[in-house]
Design a protein around this ligand. Sequence first.
Ligand SMILES: [Zn+2]
Length: 124
Amino acid sequence: MAVLAKAVKQDADSLLEKGHRKMDEKKVREAIKAMENQIAIIQKIPKYLGLKEKTDKKIEERQTAIEALEKQLPKKVDMRTEYKDLNGAMVCFEGFCPSCGCAVEYYRNKSCNRCTQMLDWSKN
Ligand SMILES: [Zn+2]
């Protein structure tokens, strides 16, 4: 157990060192796909025999998971505005969260403070 904890910590440290995102985008996409596949399977379960309520609940749980996972995938900031100083050097970027419309700022927001959507600040 202690060995595992140590390994996890080292992993987290090396990720932070390299400035990686908290979650691997490829893995997040795979998890979303897996949830969607499960929903498709659950939808095929017969809705008679009083199972509908249970299947609806299971589908809803997976849709919630998909919603949360999708926030881990960076989305382009809306209305991204560049601010430059008098010498033309970039000072900062501002814009709006593509998921909830909250105002966001490059230096403060890798993700939205209100809805946790990860933000993509690249130009195009
Ligand atoms: Zn937001």
